[in-house]
Structure formats: structure tokens, C-alpha cells
Design a binder for this molecule. Structure first.
Ligand code: DGJ
Length: 757
């Protein structure tokens, strides 16, 4: 995996913990004394968030309202001690205990367990050695604290297999980033069959419930809830990419947590390949979450001296319910994950041609759309599929990234010049990992695709997957994109991926190296994104995968936004967007206003409804503007101008999900509040009119209770007697009465602070 630059080690401790069989009391005492001496106060440098209590052998990470702690027991095992609400600096956590596996004791769950030595939990690491031995028992070896990063190195009790656990606590949000590096320092190769990023252990209890995101193409990010019972729940993708079916995110509440109250632990995995998160409760009520590379069909050989970096698993804790958990995650993504973090620029309003023209793009048609787009205030014009090779439909062309000479006789230059002249920047759709068998590339390099020799090559959307793990394929993909960007003034790529893996073979390498495909492919995908950005610093990228099939904290390091779903129906989008925001910031959530009836489900909605639904994220237009009336274009112009005035709040403010669109709810509402509480934006949607009420009452959150806020409609009305200005306390306590009339009516309001207390 790609790694951030290695940091200088400023505080390192190294203790040789001997195998259990060699240890007697005097040796344990000696080791303990040595540890204490090495960790004398002078050497105990504590970074802002990480510290080590050498007397008790306890590591502690504190950030925002969160404390995380673990410790080394007398056997040398690293045990999880605490994860939750921030503890007092003076709180001494109980020293880690010796655990008897025979008793199934649960008061000493391991922080990162090897499969061996009687482990009963879901292990983090499983290996097979060439002699057939599969026993791996990891004990503390050393640690280092460098600013915010803590690294704890474990070693197998007899073999030179080292695991360095990395922890980085974010002091602003309390989100902890965890990962592991597994290193083979033995003289022989070994095969890793399971390599997780982290085990997370919750305080033992029975009253836990799990929330996760499941779905399908056109119905991504559907929030699911179930109680946690003895046994395991497996969330995963075995498809080579993140997937529409499940998103690598979880939230676990203890007791009756709500949107605003209660204890919630949450986490998200940064990996865009096959992944797995298991949530298990053992017979002793220990709840443990384990996540990383999906161990299904996994096999990563490490030769002597080689190492494997796992994905990063991010975790946090909120004592203010699911809303608080999401806001912490959003803030973390904006300040720590996105390519331009900690200050990602606001997303421009874009136009995309896909729903208007499908594959039928040409210079004249695109220029016409660009003119209309510019006239309503669009800032970025994106030409979607159909511009390259012999691409007339989805049967041909993928792989041949030259501009189609019939559709664009003078290349892309005239269109781009026109887009620029209209005051917009230009973006282009690509799907670089794919090839149609009907393409020059496939005819030349049929061996470049993922395949098992002699077996059928399953096609999906008439396409096969290039084996990006191969250096020559990686070079080709980088080369064509680099050339495209060198030859044309392109500010934005929409990078699509329209199928999942099948027959995942890599016949060119030795059989025991072939499963490295699962890791090497994704590493190369990330490295292409990174290298393109480095070479073309103005470039922005959207991750799309037939909708929301590649949204995760791994790809979000390299892309500025994502496409959540091909389902652009503004009503269906309410629940897709609701689920999305549990894990991901609205800043990256691209949402187009498209035509009505919607292509996906034929639902008819008003233009204002469509705008209000899309304005909750990063606004785009995906309609055939040639069909819009002058009145539609005027409404759009006004809506876009208003959106621009509040997009900072929507994209980077604090999101409050006021009323959920899930279940049989008749209505739903969201609110975004600026970080300094000066502005708030509320969106309210009526789903289906039942027993008409005079108005719907919506209670705001997150305002400055003593300040005065003036209300300004984006669209819609309040009941007549409502004030036009009132205190934050009023809008939160008394609420506002929004007139909504008929199915799919909607309203939006802006609250501006006019006076401070
Ligand atoms: C799937 C994407 O999700 C759509 O927006 C569009 O780009 C098509 N692919 C193009 O083939």
C-alpha cells in the first residue's frame, strides 16, 4: 500500500520479551525493570495525543472527547483496555491481565491477535510457514511515539515475523487511524492468509446495536439496523472493488442511542478493493470489530525482507448519538482524508452530459449544452461517455483513448476552448481500467485482462478488466491519461468503473504470487491517481463506479468527490443521501438535477423539488437543458446562485439530520450549520401527503441559542404568523411551521445571524 512519508522516530523503546516457554518469574522481573529504566521520565516524550505509562505499561491516546488505551500484560501480550468517552488525565486504567484461553476469559481482548496460541477471537493475522507451521503468537517488542503517531511493534514468540501497529489520534475529532505493517524478517518465505488493519474491542456489554450501509445498483447506502447478538455479522465485498452492496463503514450504539443522544462507536475502512468487516459478540459478551483485506481468496506471500502494509481502519466515538458520530467523521474527512485536506476547496457547480445525450456526443451538441449550462451559472462542464475510440454504445471502444474523429473532427480543442470562453472549466469521463473485446487494445493485448487461462472470460456490460497490477498495464493506463491531460486543458476527470471482478487470475506470475492481485491492483490504481495529481496539480477527480460502487476512505485520499448513485430520482436520493452522510461528508456527494419524469423510475417531480434535493450535497446539473423552457432556466439560474451563496455551509458545515426519510416517514428534513454558527440552511421534503396538516413543524439544531437569526426562503413558505427573525433558541425550541402541500412538495430556508447576544 502507499504510505505517507515515514516520520522520524523521536522516542523509541525496545524490549525483548521472551517466549512464554522460556520465561520464569526472574526473567519477567528483569524485563519489567529494563522496561521501566528505558522509559524513565526523561525519555517519556508524550506527543499531543499519545503517551506511555511505563510503570503500568499502558499506552493512552487522547483526542477531542475520546480516550483509547491498551497495555502490555506480563506475558507480553498487547491488550485493548479502553475506547470511549474521554477519561480524566488522572484516571489509571487497570493494568492488563493474563488471559487464560481455556476459560474463554473476556477481560483481556488482544489488540491485534495472531492466529495461534489458542486464540478464540477473530484473528487479525493468519500465516502459513513453508514447514507447515501455522501458529503465530504476537508479543510486544518495542514502541515509538512521534508526535501524534504511536507505533507499537509486536513479534512472534519464536519467529522473526514483526507487526508494527500504527496509531494516529486526531486531536480535533478523536478519530483514530489504525493500520499494521507485517514484516518477514525470517530467512524463508511465508504466506499471509488473513491480514487485518485492526481489531477494535468495545467494553463488554450486551446492549449493543449495529448500523451499517447496504444496497444495490441504483439503491446504494441504505441504512440497516440490527441488535448485536452472540455470533458474527460479516460486511464485505468479494468483488475486487468497494461495491454497491455494502459500504465499509459501521456504527455501534450502546443502549438506546438516537440521532442526538447516546454512545456510538463508529469506523470506516480505507480500502477500495475486496474488504471485510466482521462484528462479533463472543460468549462472554465481548464485542469485537475486525476489518481489513477480505481474507476470502486472500494469499499474500512475503519473501524474506518483504512487508505488507494493511489498509487504514479509522474509528471514533461519539457521546452525542449518530448525528455527532457523522459530524466527527465529516470533519475528519475534510481535514485529514481528502486530497486537498485540511482546506479542500468548495465544489464547483457542474454540468454532466450523460443523461442528456448518452453515448451520442459530438462537438456541436456539447457546445449547445455548454452554452445553456453557462447561462444558468454552471462552473464546470463535463462530457461523459462516448467521445473516444469507436464508442457508439457500450459494445466497443473502451481501452482506445483517442478522440473519435467523426464526432470531434478537430479533436477536443474547439469544444474545450468554447467551454472556457463561456467561463467554465472542462471535465471528461474516462473508464481506464476497462477494455471492450471490440477494441484495438484488446486485439493487440488480449493477455492484459484479469483471467484464468483456458477458462471463459465473463463479460459484464460487454467489458473485461485490465490487470492493473501488471507494470506494463499500469504504465499504459497512466500514459494514456497523462497524454490526454498534456494535450488538452482538462481540469476534471470522472473516473468510472462499470463492472466487478470475475475469474481473478494473474497467470503471468508464479502461482503463489497470483493472489497478490487483490492488493497490487488497488495499490497501482491509487498510485496512478496520485501520480496524475502530482503531474497535473490543477486536476480534480470524481470516483464513480456505475453509481456509488467505489466510495470509501481509501479512494477519498485521491479524489475530490464521488458519484453516489445512477439513481437520480430526487425522492429516492433522499434516502441514498441520508445513508451516505452517516459515513461520508456531503462535500463529496455529487447530486445532479435531472429531467422529470426521471429515467430510473418515471417519477414526476417539480424543478424546485429536484433542486432542493440536490442542493443538500455538491450540486450538479445532469438534465437535457435543450428541453428546458425559459422559465425552467430562470428558476435554475436563481437556485444555482442561491446555492453558491450557501454551498460553504452545505458542503463543509455541520450536518443535522433533523427528520429521517427512512421507514414510513411522511416527510424528512436536514439542516447544515456553518462552523461559526453564522448561517444555517434547512431543507424540508414532504413525501406523501396524508391527512393534510396546515404546516409541518421542524426544529432546528446547532444554532447559537442567544443570537438572532433572520430567515430567508430559498423556496417555500412558513405559516403566516411565523416571525421573520428570532433567536436561535426560538428556532430550535419552538421550531418553524413549514407549509407543504401535496406529494413531493419541498421547501428550503436560509438562517442568517443578524445580531449576537
Ligand atoms: C455509469 C455512470 O454511473 C454514469 O453516470 C455514466 O457515466 C455511465 N457509466 C457512462 O457509461
Amino acid at each position: 500500500m502507499l504510505q505517507a512519508a515515514q516520520l522520524r522516530v523521536v522516542d523509541e523503546e525496545r524490549v525483548h520479551v521472551r517466549p512464554k516457554c522460556l520465561r520464569g518469574r526472574p526473567r519477567a522481573l528483569l524485563a519489567f525493570l529494563l522496561l521501566s529504566i528505558l522509559a524513565s521520565p526523561a525519555q517519556q516524550k508524550t506527543g499531543p495525543t499519545a503517551s506511555f505509562d511505563s510503570a503500568r505499561k499502558v499506552f493512552r491516546l487522547d483526542g477531542a472527547n475520546v480516550t483509547y488505551a491498551m497495555g502490555v500484560n506480563a506475558h507480553g501480550e498487547l491488550q485493548s483496555l479502553y475506547w470511549g468517552d474521554r477519561l480524566a488525565a488522572t484516571d489509571a486504567l487497570p493494568a492488563p491481565r493474563i488471559v487464560s484461553f481455556a476459560d474463554e476469559m473476556n477481560d483481556g481482548p488482544q489488540e491485534y491477535s495472531g492466529w495461534g496460541g489458542g486464540t478464540l477471537d477473530e484473528p487479525a493475522l493468519k500465516a502459513t510457514f513453508p514447514d507447515g507451521n501455522r501458529d503465530l503468537v504476537l508479543h510486544y517488542a518495542s514502541h515509538a511515539i512521534d508526535g501524534d503517531e504511536l507505533r507499537v511493534t509486536l513479534r512472534d514468540i519464536s519467529r522473526d515475523v514483526y507487526v508494527t501497529l500504527k496509531y494516529r489520534m486526531d486531536s480535533a475529532t478523536g478519530v483514530l487511524a489504525r493500520s499494521a505493517v507485517i514484516e518477514n524478517r525470517t530467512a524463508d518465505k511465508l504466506m499471509l492468509e488473513q491480514a487485518e488493519a485492526a481489531n477494535w474491542n468495545l467494553p463488554a456489554s450486551t446492549d449493543y446495536s449495529l448500523r451499517y450501509l447496504a444496497g444495490r445498483w441504483g439503491g446504494e447506502f441504505q441504512l440497516q439496523t440490527q441488535s448485536i447478538q452472540p455470533g458474527s455479522v460479516v460486511l464485505e465485498s468479494r468483488r475486487g472493488s468497494t461495491g454497491h452492496q455494502s459500504s465499509p463503514w459501521f456504527a455501534i450504539a450502546r443502549g438506546p442511542a438516537t440521532e442526538t443522544e447516546g454512545s456510538v462507536w463508529f469506523g470506516a475502512l480505507g480500502w477500495s478493493g475486496s474488504w471485510r468487516i466482521t462484528v462479533g459478540q463472543d460468549p462472554m459478551q465481548q464485542v469485537r470489530i475486525t476489518g481489513g483485506f477480505n481474507p476470502f481468496d486472500f494469499g499474500y506471500q512475503l519473501k524474506p525482507g518483504e512487508s505488507l502494509q494493511t489498509p487504514v481502519f479509522y474509528g471514533g466515538f461519539s457521546s452525542t448519538g449518530f448525528g455527532g458520530a457523522s459530524r466527527q467523521m465529516h470533519r475528519y474527512e475534510l481535514t485529514n482524508i481528502l486530497p486537498q485536506a485540511p482546506h479542500p476547496p468548495l465544489r464547483p457547480v457542474l454540468y454532466n452530459s450523460w443523461e442528456a445525450t448518452k453515448f451520442d456526443v459530438d462537438e456541436k451538441g456539447q457546445e449547445q449544452l455548454a452554452e445553456k449550462a453557462a447561462s444558468i451559472g454552471v462552473e464546470r462542464f463535463v462530457m461523459d461517455d462516448g467521445w473516444f475510440g469507436q464508442r457508439k454504445d457500450d459494445h466497443a471502444g473502451l481501452g482506445d483513448w483517442y478522440v473519435n474523429p467523426e464526432k470531434f473532427p478537430h479533436g477536443l480543442a474547439p469544444l474545450i476552448a468554447q467551454v472556457h470562453a463561456l467561463g467554465m472549466d472542462f471535465g471528461l469521463w474516462v473508464e481506464p481500467e476497462m477494455v471492450n473485446p471490440d477494441s484495438d487494445l484488446y486485439r493487440k493485448h488480449p493477455d492484459w485482462v484479469i483471467n484464468f487461462p483456458g477458462r471463459p472470460r465473463s463479460e459484464s456490460r460487454n467489458q473485461l478488466i485490465l490487470n492493473l497490477a501488471r507494470p506494463e498495464v499500469r504504465a499504459y493506463v497512466f500514459g494514456v491519461l497523462d497524454q490526454l491531460l498534456n494535450e488538452n486543458d482538462i481540469s476534471f476527470l470522472k473516473w468510472d468503473l462499470n463492472r466487478v471482478w470475475a475469474e481473478p487470475g494473474w497467470p503471468e506470475v508464479a502461482p503463489d504470487e497470483q493472489k497478490k492481485l487483490y492488493v497490487q491492483y488497488i495499490d497501482n490504481y491509487y498510485s496512478i491517481l496520485q501520480d496524475l495529481r502530482k503531474k497535473h496539480p490543477r486536476l480534480e477527480i470524481e470516483s464513480c463506479s456505475g453509481g456509488g460502487g467505489r466510495v470509501d476512505l481509501g479512494v477519498l485520499h485521491y479524489v475530490d468527490e464521488v458519484w453516489p448513485s445512477d439513481n437520480t430520482d430526487p425522492f429516492d436520493r433522499l434516502s441514498i443521501q441520508d445513508g451516505f452522510t452517516y459515513a461520508y461528508t456531503p462535500s463529496v456527494m455529487m447530486a445532479w438535477v435531472t429531467d422529470s419524469p426521471n429515467w430510473y423510475n418515471q417519477r414526476v417531480t417539480s424543478l424546485s423539488y429536484r433542486f432542493l434535493s440536490s442542493m443538500q450535497g455538491s450540486l450538479g446539473i445532469g438534465a437535457n437543458l435543450n428541453k428546458w423552457s425559459a422559465e425552467d432556466l430562470a428558476v435554475a439560474k436563481e437556485m444555482i446562485a442561491t446555492y453558491k451563496s450557501v454551498r460553504g455551509v452545505v458542503q463543509q458545515g455541520s450536518l443535522y439530520r433533523l427528520v429521517s426519510p427512512r421507514g414510513n416517514s411522511e416527510m424528512s428534513a436536514t439542516e447544515s450549520v456553518a462552523e461559526d454558527k453564522s448561517t444555517a440552511v434547512a431543507f424540508v421534503f414532504l413525501h406523501s401527503q396524508q391527512m393534510r396538516y396546515p404546516a409541518r413543524r421542524v426544529f432546528l439544531e446547532g444554532l447559537d441559542r442567544n443570537a438572532i437569526y433572520k430567515i430567508r426562503p430559498i423556496y417555500g413558505h412558513l405559516l403566516d404568523h411565523e416571525p421573520t427573525a428570532a433567536s436561535g433558541a426560538y428556532w430550535m425550541g419552538n421550531g418553524l411551521s413549514v407549509i407543504l402541500n401535496g406529494d413531493y412538495d419541498a421547501a428550503g430556508f436560509i438562517f442568517e445571524r443578524v445580531a449576537r447576544p
